[in-house]
Each structure stands twice: as structure tokens, then as C-alpha cells.
Design a protein around this ligand. Structure first.
Ligand SMILES: [Zn+2]
Length: 336
């Protein structure tokens, strides 16, 4: 320390200039380090459907939140490059949950770049052995699996870390807190990055396209409204300045969006319950549900051209199946 001080006393003008430049660079670096970058995964070539967040945690230490499906691995790698980063520096990947549109491509990051994946303890085993996940996804997507989500692969156990609710992850300059946020899926995590006052909320904070209204994604088999509400309360209690969601991107004014989402979760679920009480089949309900949700979106001033993107990110058929299962499993006394 003393030696360093003595050296500084004898700095030449030239060295002083260099020192000033280095100082400015260090400040710029710090500003840059604060940044969260967004990558549009362009799923099946469509913009504004799947968004991957990239956080610069330290020099040469990048973190992604979710990977998107395997089919977009190449475009996300390109996205990392076009932001001026090296994909090989993506050392960490926080998984919101193990649905294929979120982390179907995580195994590629582990394989190509040695990335470590962090996931909910109930989700982590499915990243190591995805066979059950694939089985249940096949029931939903049939022969469209490969087309929609790409190839499936397993991640070596050493590259997957299960993270519990409340755990703190110090990754270089950034500290993330794990928030277990079930409701959309039992194995859903969100991640609080206090330095940015933002929550990376996967699907639990809903789908919100191009500043439109928030809507809930209700896929089978884990929908549970009561725990979803608790998860929203948990996020709200942090008073975030923004949230980041996979479908799609940054929500700069999150509190009204979270409140509106909660209202819609219960509103849509009640609408669904009434149709089940009327004795309608899922096949009969799907087109009605589509009309009902389109009416709601248009009523909330969603531009007509965004309706297809909403349906693409949050398909009606999926929501009808997920809500039917919820009512029959958790409240069988209320529906036939
Ligand atoms: Zn999901």
C-alpha cells in the first residue's frame, strides 16, 4: 500500500492522463454493469414472444434468465454477440421454471459453454433427466414438439444447482435473491436483483405484449390460484421499480400490472368455472374462451394486430386445459 502511494507521487503528466482515462473507463464500466439487456429470441421467427434477459455481473461474467427453447439457442447466442458480449462468458443461467419455452435450451448452454443452471429444487431434477418432462409435453404438443421446441437434452448433474426460497446468489458484483413463486408452476422461481430493484418473474407475473394488458398463462398441470396470489403478494412486498417477464420483456410500472393480473387470474378462472358448471366440454369451451379473452383484450385497448401475439404466447386451448384441471383437482365440490 505504502509502495503504491510513493509511486503515485512520481507520476508523469502522461501517466496522469492515462490514469484519468482509466478512471473514466472504470466509471463507464460501472454504469454498464448496472445494465440488464434484453434479447428477443425470435421464436419461430416471431418477435415479442420470448424474451431472454442478460445481466452483466462482472467482467467476462454474464448471466441469462431463462434460455428459451432449444430451437432458439442459435438466435440467443447471436443476440448475446450482437450486444457486444462473448457467449462463452455466459457462466450462469437462472431458470424461472422448466417449461420448454423457458429452459428447453438450457442444456445447450451447459454443453457448449459450461454454463451453470440454477433452478427450483422441484424443477432441477427435470433438467438432469428430462424424460418425464418430455412425456408430459408430448401429450400436449404431440408431433409438433420438435418444430416448436427443438431437441431435448440432459444437463450433467454438476451443472445444475437447486436453489431454495430465500437463497442469496452472489454472482460477481450482483446479488440475486431467490423467490419461490408457485401458481403458474409449482417449481417456479423468481429472482430479485435489489441493485436494480427488479424481479425476474418468468411467467408468474403474466404475459404482457408491447405495453398491452397483462394476462395469465394457465397451462396444465400445476395451476394453483391461491399460491399464485401469494406469489404476487411476495413480489409486490418488495416494491420493485420494474419486473422482467419472459413474454415479453421489461415492465417499467409493475404495481398496476400485478394488480390487474391478479384481477384477471380470478376473473378468467371464474368464467371457466361457470362453463364447467354448465356441463360444457373442453372442446366446446375453447372457442368461447378465445372470444371471451379477445373481448377483454380489446376492451383494454389492445391493438388488434397484437391479438395474435397474445394468443401465440398464451394459447386459449392451454388455459382451458389448465383451468379445468385446477377446478377438478382442488375444488371438485364446485364443478360437476
Ligand atoms: Zn410456463
Amino acid at each position: 500500500m505504502t509502495g503504491l502511494r510513493i509511486q503515485n507521487l512520481f507520476l508523469s503528466d502522461q501517466s496522469n492522463k492515462q490514469l484519468k482515462i482509466a478512471g473514466v473507463q472504470a466509471v463507464l464500466r460501472l454504469i454498464l454493469l448496472r445494465m440488464v439487456h434484453l434479447i428477443d429470441a425470435l421464436h419461430l421467427g416471431k418477435p415479442d414472444v420470448i424474451c431472454i434477459a442478460l445481466v452483466e455481473c462482472g467482467p467476462n461474467e454474464l448471466l441469462l434468465v431463462d434460455s428459451g427453447p432449444e430451437s432458439v439457442f442459435g438466435s440467443v447466442v447471436e443476440g448475446v454477440r450482437s450486444l457486444g458480449f462473448e457467449p462463452g462468458h455466459v457462466r450462469h443461467l437462472l431458470a424461472s421454471h422448466v417449461h420448454l419455452d423457458h429452459t428447453g435450451g438450457a442444456w445447450r448452454w451447459a454443453k457448449e459453454f459450461g454454463t451453470t443452471i440454477y433452478a427450483h429444487p422441484k424443477g432441477a431434477p427435470h433438467l438432469v433427466d428430462p424424460s418425464k418432462l418430455v412425456e408430459s409435453a408430448k401429450r400436449i404438443y404431440g408431433d409438433k414438439m420438435g418444430f416448436l421446441w427443438g431437441a431435448v437434452g440432459s444437463i450433467p448433474e454438476g451443472h445444475v444447482i437447486a436453489v431454495e426460497d430465500g437463497a442469496e446468489l452472489q454472482i460477481s458484483s450482483k446479488r440475486f435473491q431467490v423467490l419461490c413463486t408457485p401458481g403458474h408452476a409449482q417449481h417456479h422461481n423468481s429472482y430479485w436483483l435489489e441493485s436494480e430493484r427488479t424481479v425476474f418473474a418468468g411467467d408468474v407475473a403474466g404475459v404482457l405484449i408491447r405495453g398491452g394488458p397483462p394476462v395469465p398463462p394457465f397451462p396444465p398441470p400445476d395451476i394453483h390460484l391461491e399460491s399464485w396470489k401469494d406469489s404476487l403478494d411476495k413480489i409486490r412486498s418488495l416494491q420493485p421499480a420494474s419486473i422482467h417477464i419472459t413474454h415479453f420483456g421489461k415492465v417499467a410500472d409493475p404495481m398496476p400490472a400485478l394488480d390487474a393480473l391478479e384481477k384477471r387470474i380470478f376473473g378468467w378462472a371464474d368464467w371457466m368455472k361457470e362453463r364447467l358448471i354448465e356441463g360444457k366440454s373442453e372442446a366446446e369451451i375453447i372457442p368461447e374462451f378465445e372470444k371471451f379473452t379477445v373481448r377483454e383484450l380489446l376492451g383494454d385497448r389492445t391493438p388488434r394486430e397484437d391479438l395474435a401475439t397474445y394468443e401465440y404466447a398464451d394459447p386459449a386451448s392451454m388455459s382451458v386445459a389448465g383451468l379445468t384441471r385446477y377446478w377438478r383437482k382442488y375444488h371438485p365440490e364446485q364443478v360437476p
